[in-house]
Design a protein around this ligand. Structure first.
Ligand code: PLP
Length: 430
């Protein structure tokens, strides 16, 4: 007697019923946890009619409190809230004195803002390849260092920390600054030490896709008092402020140029609430991600990203890698047919090659070497080739990997569906 396979076991692409028909939730981690507390925080600033951080009729000191609380959360001496992660990068590199004639090492897998901050200060970005952590490969950093290198930017990509201790060792050995970009990894850690505390400075973003958010926002942190004072001047108007919040142009060491990235009281009030919720937000994503990761372990066709310390992974993205580009595409198609998709603006289940300005060779301004930095005489001969092929390990990983966002509000049912879709798909690969 022959049994007909139940339709639900058959792949959706082969005519079976899809695992789900409802799109997965959108991924914006902090937004799912917004409630009356953020509303009350905003209203309290407006009631006080005090939206500016440095002075006002009834100053609430929300930004100052946020800075103290964020510094305490991380375990650093100083935090400076700014208006965006891009602004934080620009501010931190300016505080580190990056400028014409300098090279700054950046990873092949990044966000466009990382290269932008370097170029906007008149310096030259130098690409270094990544490894199976999807973050900077320490040996590639070592190979990229020249007498012109001023700093290395370690970007902790897609929610999980990179091998920052190894990169820091290389930076120390060569006497160059280490700046951590933790925009995608707020709250992440390695063996209990939080990202943002390994480098000379670190930056965060509080834009809506991030683990905590006020829609926009960012932060610069450091243990170094002088770098902090320089960052304060650079993010504001180029000078110090006195205790009353008035500009003080008297300090000869703080006679710089400002960039206008001051944080306002309303966003700071929201971010203070979001910071309190951050551990729960991360816990939810990490639990979902590791449940899915575990379920993939028996399948030999899928390789999982190397995570340095799973307990310190913030969990917001699951990256899976396959033998070749064709297999990655086939898995993506099959998963999508099973209903593993989000609403159009979400990032569920795409190939990494579709990941836009996270890929160095998709940054046209970089590839085409646009901007004053590339024509300055101080930088003559420093520009590199930034087109596809410059970082072969990254190129291969991008071709063969899929990105699945892990929303902070996944239900056990959503997780079951993702697992089932992977099982159906991977089980039929030969
Ligand atoms: C790694 C990285 N750095 C910097 C930024 C810039 O942050 P923002 O969007 O707040 O300017 C982002 C934002 O997506 C990012 O992912």
């Amino acid at each position: 007697m022959t049994h007909e396979k139940p339709r639900s076991d058959e792949q959706a692409l082969a005519g079976g019923s899809p695992v789900r028909t409802e799109p997965l939730p959108l991924e914006f981690p902090g937004v799912h946890y917004m409630d009356d507390r953020e509303i009350e925080a905003v209203v309290s600033v407006l009631r006080a009619r005090s939206p500016f951080r440095y002075y006002g009729m009834n100053l609430q000191k929300q930004v100052e409190c946020l800075e103290a609380e964020f510094a305490g959360f991380l375990g650093v001496n100083h935090a400076l809230a700014v208006t965006s992660g891009t602004g934080a990068l620009h501010t931190a590199l300016a505080a580190l004195g990056v400028g014409p004639g300098h090279e700054v090492i950046v990873p092949a897998y990044l966000w466009v803002s990382v290269a932008a901050a370097v170029v906007n200060l008149g310096a030259i970005p130098v690409l270094a390849d990544i490894d199976d952590t999807f973050c900077l490969d320490p040996s590639a950093v070592r190979r990229s260092i020249t007498p012109r290198t001023r700093a290395v930017i370690m970007v902790h990509m897609s929610g999980a920390p990179g091998d920052v201790e190894a990169v820091r060792a290389v930076a120390r050995e060569h006497g160059v600054y280490l700046l951590e970009d933790c925009a995608q990894c707020a709250g992440g850690s390695i063996h209990g030490k939080r990202v943002g505390t390994f480098g000379d400075m670190a930056v965060f973003s509080f834009q809506m896709n991030k683990n905590m958010t006020a829609g926009e926002g960012g932060c610069v942190v450091t243990n170094d008092r002088q770098l902090y004072r320089r960052a304060v001047a650079c993010h504001d108007l180029g000078y110090a402020r006195d205790d009353e919040g008035r500009l003080d142009t008297g300090d000869p060491e703080l006679c710089l140029w400002g960039r206008g990235y001051r944080m306002d009281e309303i966003r700071a009030a929201i971010l203070r609430v979001q910071l309190e919720k951050l551990p729960a937000t991360i816990r939810a994503m990490r639990n979902s991600k590791y449940r899915i990761r575990q379920s993939l372990a028996p399948f030999e066709h899928v390789r999982l990203r190397r995570i340095i310390d799973p307990a310190g992974d913030t969990g917001c993205f699951l990256l899976t890698t396959y033998a070749d580009a064709e297999t990655a595409q086939a898995v993506k198609n099959a998963l999508r047919a099973e209903g593993i998709v989000t609403f159009p603006q979400g990032v569920s289940n795409i190939r990494m090659t579709e990941w836009g300005l996270h890929l160095y060779y998709n940054n046209r301004s970089l590839v085409e070497r646009k901007g004053l930095a590339f024509s300055l005489s101080e930088n003559a001969g420093l520009a590199r080739d930034y087109s596809k092929g410059a970082c072969p390990v990254a190129d291969s990983l991008f071709e063969r990997s899929l990105v699945l966002a892990v929303p902070s509000c996944l239900t056990a049912r959503d997780e079951d569906d993702i697992i089932r879709a992977f099982e159906k798909t991977l089980g039929s690969l030969h």
